[in-house]
Each structure stands twice: as C-alpha cells, then as structure tokens.
Unconditional design. Structure first.
Lengths: 417, 157
C-alpha cells in the first residue's frame, strides 16, 4: 500500500463521483436519509455493468453450459469460460485451468480441505491457521481434525492485531500439512505479510492456502509472485454477484486431487463399473454452476480492472485514515485492530454503548455498518469483547460519508454517555 | 416521537444505565442463562421462589441496551409477584411483541410497554426477548440450561 503518498496526487486521478454513478443503489435513501453504505466487508454493492451482465445473460443467451450443441449453449459456455479467463487475469494465474468456480470462498476452503488435505491427514499431523481467521477458515479444519486426530495449531495475534513471522516459523514443522491464513482480516483490517508467510512455509515444504476474500477488493493480487498454492475469494465482496466464489490452485496440485463432489460436468465417462473424472477445473465443478453469477463476476472483474489499483488503494487508505482520525477522537471510543498495515476496515467499541445499539442508531441516519462478532469469535475473545461495530470502506465511499459516520457516532455518545 | 427516540426512550436508557436487581440471588430456586450467539448477548437470571411467590429475583450478564433494559424491567416488574402472575405477564408481553391479541384477564404492562417499540426494529426484537426466554427456561425447569433467542446463523465477513 502506498500509504506514504500524499492524497492530492491521486485525488485528481480518482473520480469517486463518477464511480458512485455506476452503482444505482447508492442513489437510494434509508429512513429518509441518503444511504451511507459502510458494510463493504460483509458484502459490496454492484455496479450497473454487473447487474446488466447478469440480466443480459438471462435476456439474450441463457442456456446450460458445457452441454448442448445448440447456439445458446455455445454462447453461454463461451461467456462462462470468458469469465474464467478474466478471473485468471485478475489473479495473474498461469492458466485459466487453475480457476475453479465455487459457491463462495467458504466452499473453496472446504474443497481444499476435503480434496487436498484430508486424503493425506493422519493422527498427530498439524494444520496451521492464525488467531484472526474467519470461522470459514477454522471450522473446516476442525472437522478434519476431529475426524483424523490431526491437531489445529494457531498462530497468536498481538494487541494491535498482527501476526509475528517468528511465531509462524516456529509453528511450522515436519507434521504441518498445510498453512491456511487470511490475506486481510475482516474483523481487524490487518494486512498479513502473506508473501513472507508463504516463503517460510515453502522453505519447510508446506503448502499454503490464502483466504483472500477481504484482499482482492482492495489490492492487486498476483498468485504467481506470491507463489500461493491455493488462493480463494468471494465474488460478492468484489462488487460481483453473491453465490459465486473462486478457488485458484496451482495446476499440478489440482491435477493430483480427487474430486470433491460427484455429479454431471465433472466426468469424462461413466459406467456402473467405473467413472473417469474430467481434468481440472471441470473435475471440481459438479452439477450446473451459477452461470449468470459467474458471468456477472466476469463483469465485476472487468469493472475493477478498468480502475487503477494504486488509486483505489490510495483512496481507501485516505478514507481509513480520515475515519480513524475522526472516530478515535470521540471520547469513549476504542479502535480494535491497529496494525501498521491495514485495509479499509475500522472496527471499534464504545464504553457506554453496545455495538448493536450503535448499529441501530447509525441505521437511523442511513449509515449501514456491521455490528457483531464478524464470524471471528476467537478474535473477539482475544480482545475480551463480545462484539465490535465495524465500518468498512469501498471504492465508492467518500470523505463526506466518513464525516456522517463520525457525526452519527457522536449521537450515540450523546444518548448513552 | 421518531422511531429511534421511541426505541431508546428514557425508561430504556435509565434501566440500561442503572440496571435494577443486577446481582446474583443466592440461594436461588430457579436459574437460567439466555444467550444470543449472533451478538454475544448473555443474560443470566436467578429467582428465589417460595410457596409460589417470587421472593427475590436478579440478573447478571453482558448485553446491548435493549436486552439489559428488558432484563432489568423484568426483574423490577416480577419482584414479589406470584409465579402464575409472572407467567401471565410474560404471556402478555410476548403477545404484545408479536402484535397478537393479548390474553384476556391480564393487566397492562406498565413500564414494560417502553420495550414494545422494538416491534419497529425487526433485527432487535430478539434483544427484548432474551431475558423472557431465560425466565421461561428457569420456570420451566430447564434450570442452568442455556437458551437462545434463535439458532446460530453465521453471517458473512
């Protein structure tokens, strides 16, 4: 992140008003107030281009994919496969064949857990995660551990919400079968030194899965430069449709993996004696996929790639800094997650108001934030709090919206303090 | 009164800031924990019932303003009442929250009416209900059992 760069440099290049016009929902009001949507970490809004791409698919050429010889099936298949190419481009994958479409990031993690890790897992083996993981990167591994007698090992986090590389290195050993760590924390905003973590793991021959759900919307990700073995993300946080996610896997790993779910589209030939499985990625895409969703995700990738990633990062860092400054200034507010390297997530608690009351009062001003444990209860336990309020910023948020956020938090304080 | 002002009216703010009977009751005859896994709200309720009378009632826990005020109001309302009266009040409160016809022959809710504004906040009704679910569990004999206002659904991100 170019956090040291002066804001004025990019202000001219980054036209937030033009971007806002691309998102029809941002024009609406909530409780009679303009919508201030600051819950992008949970799910982002969709630009017209994505809405239109899905609608066009249904209006103009929808059919099942990879099946028919008729015109419509060919048209749908080619739009579907074009989206795969776009995602491969987004992540700089070596080949389109390394992109598997799933229902979301959660399913992508489960796919790796069951197809790649489970077959080689024995009692006493270890799986390494961090203390800041989302439940989706905890529970699949716990299920495997319960089944096999393997052990879940957890890298601790500091009071600022950071991982120390020494703590990672000391926990990787001959029994470690996989390291599975989030790129950016949804609850704290921490950007993990994922490249370093991958190097440490690879030095000991251990593969790494990166949960990039919160990273892909905010920064350029290059899976080859990172040397990631697996990288997962969700379409809906990248301004794309819900119900579609991505598993990137290095091809030689995918090729050696058994199928996860059986069904149509993932086979080469089936008889009752024997089934031959298709090559990746088809091997992992049993059944009719989310066709329009994948095509919509392709449009979201086109949309985001048309913007300058450095300008997005600078804009979001500016919003985060401004929000941190205004919110930290409010008496009784404590910010949770103060890592040096942070994405645009601002989690906080207040002395006299519970996060749910904060959420309700902000909602009255049209300000949408998340309140709760963010599917990261171990993080809440680490900080000794039941929940936080979280504002998370995206490409279309503005400094004025940050000011509205702060003004509404002042209201909470006036009511409760 | 605006929607928000109705929700956070004086009675609720006051009971949240200075919860009544915020203490364990020992010894107690009935006890239950209400827990909402979605937001982490937790209300632990203690009752000392003797010959059908709630001689003492108290609660502890950590929760949002609505859940805390509801628990506080519950204890203040039910202190010294007969158990069958307490059940009637709980039935009436639940009926009013659901917007259904209150059962006949039950008195008005008094200060508890302040909580009924949650009807305009579908996401927050469970907060007002938490202590009452705990009461039901405690009186129903599911003592020391955790009860929840809803099944856990783990949302995204």
């Amino acid at each position: 992140m170019s956090s040291a760069r002066p804001i004025t440099d990019t202000a001219a290049a980054y036209d937030v008003d033009r971007i806002r016009r691309d998102f029809p929902i941002l024009a609406r009001q909530v409780h009679g107030k303009p919508l201030v949507y600051l819950d992008n970490g949970a799910s982002a809004q969709k630009p017209e281009a994505v809405i239109e791409a899905e609608a066009r698919c249904y209006r103009e050429f929808y059919s099942n994919v990879h099946r028919g010889v008729h015109f419509m099936s060919q048209a749908s298949t080619s739009a579907f496969e074009a989206a795969r190419g776009k995602v491969a481009g987004l992540l700089n994958a070596a080949s389109d064949k390394e992109i598997v479409f799933t229902r979301g990031a959660t399913e992508a993690i489960n796919l790796v857990a069951y197809s790649y890790v489970r077959p080689k897992l024995k009692a006493g083996d270890e799986i390494l995660i961090s203390a800041m993981e989302h439940h989706s990167n905890i529970v699949p591994w716990q299920l495997l551990c319960e089944e096999t007698g393997a052990r879940l090992v957890v890298v601790p986090i500091s009071d600022a919400g950071e991982i120390s590389l020494d703590d990672v290195e000391s926990r990787i050993n001959g029994r470690t079968r996989i390291v599975s760590i989030m790129h950016v924390s949804n609850a704290l905003g921490t950007i993990n030194p994922i490249g370093e973590i991958i190097r440490l793991a690879h030095a000991k021959g251990v593969p790494v899965l990166v949960d990039g759900a919160q990273a892909v919307p905010h920064m350029r990700v290059d899976v080859q430069a990172l040397e990631a073995d697996f990288y997962v993300f969700a379409g809906h946080k990248l301004y794309g449709p819900s119900g579609v996610g991505v598993l990137y896997g290095r091809y030689e790993l995918l090729k050696a993996m058994p199928p996860w779910q059986g069904g149509g589209d993932m086979i080469r030939s089936v008889s009752f004696e024997r089934t031959e499985f298709a090559e990746p990625p088809a091997r992992f895409e049993a059944g009719t996929p989310n066709i329009a969703g994948v095509i919509g995700l392709g449009a979201a990738v086109d949309y985001i790639r048309a913007l300058d990633p450095a300008a997005i990062a600078a804009h979001e860092v500016d919003l985060l800094r401004y929000a941190t400054e205004l919110v930290a200034d409010i008496p009784g507010v404590r910010i949770i997650g103060t890592a040096r390297d942070k994405a645009s997530v601002l989690s906080f608690v207040m002395d006299d108001a519970h996060p749910h009351d904060i959420g309700t009062i902000l909602d009255g001003d049209g300000v949408a934030i998340r309140s709760g444990h963010h599917c990261a209860q171990p993080v809440m336990q680490r900080f000794g709090i039941p929940a936080t309020a979280r504002a998370s910023f995206g490409i279309y948020n503005t400094r004025e919206e940050v000011e509205q956020l702060a003004a509404s938090i002042h209201k909470v304080r006036d009511l409760f303090a | 009164m605006t929607r928000l002002a109705a929700l956070y009216q004086h009675v609720v703010i006051d009971h949240n800031r200075s919860p009544r009977n915020y203490r364990p009751v020992n010894p107690h005859s009935h006890h239950a924990v209400g827990y909402n896994p979605l937001c982490g709200d937790r209300v632990e309720l203690f009752l000392d019932v003797y010959e059908g009378i709630i001689r003492d009632i108290g609660f502890q826990g950590e929760s949002c303003a609505i859940a805390t005020a509801s628990a506080s109001l519950l204890t203040a309302t039910l202190m010294g009442r007969r158990v069958d009266e307490a059940r009637s009040i709980a039935r009436r409160f639940n009926a009013e929250l659901e917007g259904t016809e209150p059962p006949a022959g039950v008195e008005g809710l008094g200060e508890l009416e302040a909580l009924l504004a949650v009807r305009n906040f579908p996401g927050r009704e469970k907060c007002a209900r938490l202590a009452w679910r705990a009461l039901e569990a405690a009186l129903g004999g599911e003592a020391a059992l955790a009860v929840t206002t809803e099944a856990e659904r783990s949302g995204s991100g």
